[in-house]
Design a protein around this ligand. Structure first.
Ligand code: FHN
Length: 435
């Protein structure tokens, strides 16, 4: 029996060691977030709303950021785009004003997307905006300055997947047109770390780094622990997140979801919902990068409901625009952002600084909480709503202008009678007092 127990114990230790080894490869096992990182997490959760920007040389073709892969464009052909990229209409202050007026508190912009083209002045590659385009200016540096002036934090989206770098090998399932079957993976990771070092040292205090792309090679050793330690050393307050669609790895500071509320996004591979700050991202229309055929923006109602439901699910909302090749942003997208800003100026108090409320999402909407204040966001025309039992009786309910609402206790929960005249067309906000 003792021998059997010893064998089980040894097997267990071996398994644990293997698991730890794997986790160590993929994350920073000894990670303790710095105080400024913890503070930044609070700020992030309070901020609630950010602007996502997908901008690169692909915008010239106006067929989205995946055009190189989708149309199987040879690298030599794709390299003809940068010499045509001259965004003379780019005005970073104007972008920041637009974001701030929309009620956004941060911007996350593509420093490098899957096409491998750096939108900043990289010294470890000449495949970048300064060296390859007639524009010749570092748009990220310009944006960093503007963000500072407008009180917005700046995050960089950085693609780990790379369709251009010769050392991105072995490749994943996406673009590979005519690329040689060779490359040095460690050298590629060194290159990525060097570019990240540039981003973490030349653009002021960053909000964070938003990784994307390791989903295409989930089994590879991405040396995450090393890369995350590098970023945390250079920018302790910077929040690291990765869009890998699985549960967060050690060293990550927030968890993100794409095109869906936490745990309900279509790419989810059993990611679960962690205790880290949460964020979900979505497009205004249907494209991340500029698509000149996409004239179907979501309605203001849909976008506001997304933001409110995200808040009720304890998550931030990162809403994307894909600027045009000249650096301007589509008019119909700007209109949506303006309308969201108008709504937030009136009702932002029930969104910013809140956390997911005590009532889980219901068919009528969501709840948020701030301090002791609980807000119900009733998103539909329901004449009555039912608050499920949460072990704390509801003492009173009122609209924000203090108009009291009738309550009735039922076996299914507390029923609240909604007013006939709604103060707002998108969201009827009810403040409830709990025992
Ligand atoms: O492939 C990308 C896509 O182009 C875009 O950047 C989105 C944003 O979340 N993420 C990827 C796929 O998960």
């Amino acid at each position: 029996m003792a021998k059997h127990n010893r064998t089980v114990a040894v097997a267990f230790c071996l398994l644990l060691a293997a698991a730890c080894g794997r986790a160590a490869e993929q994350g920073d096992l000894g990670y303790t977030p710095a105080p400024e990182n913890l503070e930044a997490r609070q700020w992030f959760q309070d901020a609630k709303f950010g602007l996502f920007i997908h901008w690169g040389v692909y915008s010239l073709l106006g067929r989205g950021e995946w055009v190189m892969h989708v149309e199987d464009i040879p690298i030599a052909e794709y390299e003809k785009l940068p010499p045509q990229f001259d965004p003379t209409g780019f005005d970073p202050d104007e972008w920041c004003r637009m974001a701030a007026d929309a009620g956004m508190r941060y911007i996350t912009i593509t420093s490098k997307h899957h096409d491998g083209f750096a939108m900043f002045d990289s010294k470890v590659s000449d495949y970048d905006i300064v060296e390859r385009t007639p524009y010749g200016r570092d748009v990220l540096k310009m944006l960093a300055g503007a963000c500072e002036r407008h009180g917005l934090k700046l995050f960089f989206y950085h693609s780990q997947l790379d369709w251009h770098h010769p050392d991105y090998y072995p490749r994943g399932g996406s673009y590979s047109h005519g690329r040689p079957e060779s490359g040095d993976w460690q050298r590629y990771l060194d290159y990525m770390d060097s570019q990240l070092t540039e981003l973490c040292t030349g653009y002021g205090k960053l909000g964070g780094i938003w990784f994307d792309g390791m989903w295409e090679k989930p089994e590879a050793d991405w040396r995450l622990g090393r890369t995350y330690r590098l970023i945390h050393r250079l920018q302790p307050q910077a929040l690291i997140g990765s869009n890998h669609h699985v549960a967060p790895f050690p060293g990550e500071d927030f968890q993100m979801f794409e095109k869906g509320l936490p745990g309900r996004d279509p790419f989810n591979k059993g990611a679960g919902i962690s205790a880290l700050p949460l964020e979900t991202c979505e497009t205004i229309n249907h494209s991340w990068g500029y698509d000149r055929q996409d004239h179907w923006p979501k309605s203001t109602r849909e976008l506001l409901h997304y933001l409110i439901r995200a808040a009720g699910n304890n998550a931030n909302f990162l809403l994307n625009v894909g600027p045009k090749p000249d650096g301007t942003i589509q008019q119909d997208h700007r209109k949506r952002l303006e309308a969201m800003g108008q709504w937030l100026r009136k009702y932002g108090d029930t969104v910013y600084g809140t956390r997911g409320g005590p009532f889980a999402e219901q068919s009528w909407g969501v709840s948020t909480v701030k301090g002791g204040r609980v807000f119900l966001h009733v998103l539909g025309p329901d004449a009555v709503i039912t608050l499920p039992e949460i072990g704390r009786p509801v003492r009173s309910a009122a609209l924000l202008d203090k108009t009291p609402l009738e309550l009735r206790a039922t076996p299914l929960g507390t029923v609240v009678k909604m007013p006939e005249n709604r103060p707002d067309e998108y969201d009827t906000i009810v403040e409830v007092e709990l025992e």
